[in-house]
Design a protein around this ligand. Sequence first.
Ligand code: HEC
Ligand code: HEC
Length: 342
Amino acid sequence: MSFQERCFSLFRFSLFRAGFILAAVAIGCAVSSPASAQTPASTPTSKIWTVPEVGALPNDAFGAQVRRGRDLITATYAHIGPEVSDAPRRYAGNNLACTNCHLEAGTKKFGLPIFGLFELFPQYSARLGAEITIEDRVNSCMVRSMNGRELPNDSPEMQAIVAYIKFLSSGVAPGQKLSGLGAGAMPELKRAADPVRGKAIYVNACQACHNTDGSGIRRSLPTTDLGYMMPPLWGPDSFNDGAGMARLITAANFLHFNMPHGADYLNPQLSVEQAWDVAAFVVSMPRPKKAGLDKDFPDLLKKPVDTPYGPYADGFSEQQHKYGPFAPIRAALAKLKAKKGQ
Ligand code: HEC
Ligand code: HEC
């Protein structure tokens, strides 16, 4: 997907240079790929990634609710964080903001967007083994990424977050799955990702922002303002061990396409190998523990290969699930599924 898009951008560039076929062949793009042929400017991707502008909403009740939803995404800590003065509103257990991972208020391509996905819910969740609503999905980040507790479905905060997510999907047809959701999918390594190599990369490429001990940098130190300029990557105020970002494949792709801050899927700064290794270092570090993780993914054949906690059906170690290589695990799972007729 991202490869094609990169091909596509090169393609557009080379079209400009009137040498496009040669260039596309030289970089190994299939000329008959979706980015192909006549009208590059109207590929589905370029047409649809048009995020609606919150600032253009009228000043009515709906506009206010959507704006409130965006504020909850960009400054979560200030409204439902663990240090807000109104104790019953302390839903999040850390001082992160949703936007620290769902970049640009959830609108950045391959930056874990929450754009254009409203109609994809309710959907089956392998983690729960049941259908989940968009509220359930938000709460799954509340209890894992935010290390907190669930927002009630009828709370004004949940309703505002959902109104914002719904607003972001304006104009995206039901059933349409946009390219650019998630964090991308770069090639995997044949070896296990290596936290020791990753540490050296962290020191060079990350530590200036995320701090020597991974604890990030709070806003306006030395005052006690809420929130982070640079969010923590591990330690007590980070996401917990049940979070999606604690899984290597998610973390490595997120880093490849988004970090150091400012990188994007068209201009990755970490090589594929560096991204795997530095992600291995981040997921190897201590963080809050979520109770009951052994109950996740009741159908073990549907457990993602990079889930860093057991039980597993495939006989591979927790270590290999945490750092890879994943191809042998996938092969074993495929055999088990074939046996079960799945
Ligand atoms: C530490 C990073 C992090 C933070 C903070 C975070 N999330 Fe997430 N979120 C993720 C990851 C990673 C996924 C995808 C997980 C997966 O692959 O299953 C995700 C998935 C989602 C999805 C589903 C997206 C999809 O493509 O289906 C929604 C909706 C969501 N988060 C909402 C929120 C909200 C609202 C907040 C704040 C209250 C939040 N998240 C905070 C990392 C985070
Ligand atoms: C120039 C500063 C900068 C550098 C360098 C940088 N980051 Fe980040 N990083 C940020 C900021 C700022 C955010 C939050 C994004 C936002 O809110 O828009 C972030 C978010 C993150 C997140 C998701 C949020 C969280 O708290 O977990 C991860 C993971 C991450 N960075 C890892 C890394 C790694 C690994 C490197 C090195 C390869 C790196 N970053 C380099 C500034 C930086």
